[in-house]
Design a protein around this ligand. Structure first.
Ligand code: NI
Length: 183
C-alpha cells in the first residue's frame, strides 16, 4: 500500500493536459495507489495528476453515497458528449482544500474510455457519477472548479488560492533541492 500526498492548486502538473496511459502492466499497482491515496484523503474521485502523475487515468468511488455502485477506474478517457439539463451542485476538490463552489454542469455525459483489461467502452453516465466524471475529466485537462465560476465568486477565495499557490511552490522547491542530492 502506498499513500501519496495530494498535489494542490499551484502545482503545474494540475494545469497540464495529461498524456495517454500505455503501460497496462502498471495498472494494478497504480490503481491500488490511487485508491489508497483517495481513501486516505476521504475523497470520492481522484485524477492521476492529483498525485503527480501525468497520465489520463482517474478513479471514482461513490459506493458510500449510492447503494450498489462500485469503485470505477477510467483510462484514456475522452468526453464524447455532454447533454441533458444543466444543474448546480456544490463541489469540493482534494486539490483545493477548504474551497467548495456551486458548479453548473450538464446532467449527462457520454464517455469513451478503456477499462483495466484495455477494452474500449462508450457509456453514458448521469447523477453523482456523471458529475464526478466531469470533475475528474476537468482535472486531466488542467481545469479546476475555480475556473468554472465567475470572477465575483472566485474572488472570495483569493486568500486561500494565494496561500495554496505559495505552499505548492515551497513544496516543489524543497523537492528539487532534495533531488539535487540524488546521485
Ligand atoms: Ni478535484
Amino acid at each position: 500500500m502506498a499513500v501519496f500526498d495530494i498535489v494542490h492548486y499551484g502545482d503545474p502538473i494540475l494545469r497540464k493536459k495529461c498524456g495517454s496511459f500505455t503501460d497496462f502492466s502498471r495498472i494494478e499497482k497504480l490503481k491500488v495507489d490511487l485508491f489508497d491515496s483517495m481513501y486516505e484523503a476521504e475523497g470520492i474521485g481522484l485524477a492521476a495528476n492529483q498525485i503527480g502523475l501525468d497520465l489520463n487515468l482517474f478513479i471514482v468511488d461513490i459506493s458510500n453515497l449510492e447503494d450498489g455502485d462500485e469503485p470505477h477506474v477510467f483510462i484514456n478517457s475522452e468526453i464524447v458528449k455532454k447533454h441533458g439539463e444543466k444543474g448546480i451542485y456544490q463541489e469540493g476538490c482534494l486539490s483545493l482544500p477548504g474551497i467548495s463552489l456551486d458548479i453548473l454542469r450538464p446532467e449527462k455525459v457520454v464517455l469513451k474510455y478503456q477499462s483495466e483489461d484495455e477494452e474500449w467502452h462508450e457509456e453514458e453516465f448521469d447523477g453523482l457519477l456523471g458529475r464526478a466524471i466531469q470533475h475528474e475529466m476537468d482535472h486531466l485537462k488542467g481545469v479546476f472548479i475555480v475556473d468554472r465560476v465567475s470572477e465575483v465568486e472566485r474572488i472570495q477565495y483569493n486568500t486561500e488560492l494565494k496561500e495554496l499557490e505559495k505552499n505548492s511552490k515551497k513544496r516543489l522547491k524543497s523537492q528539487s533541492n532534495k533531488m539535487g542530492f540524488v546521485l
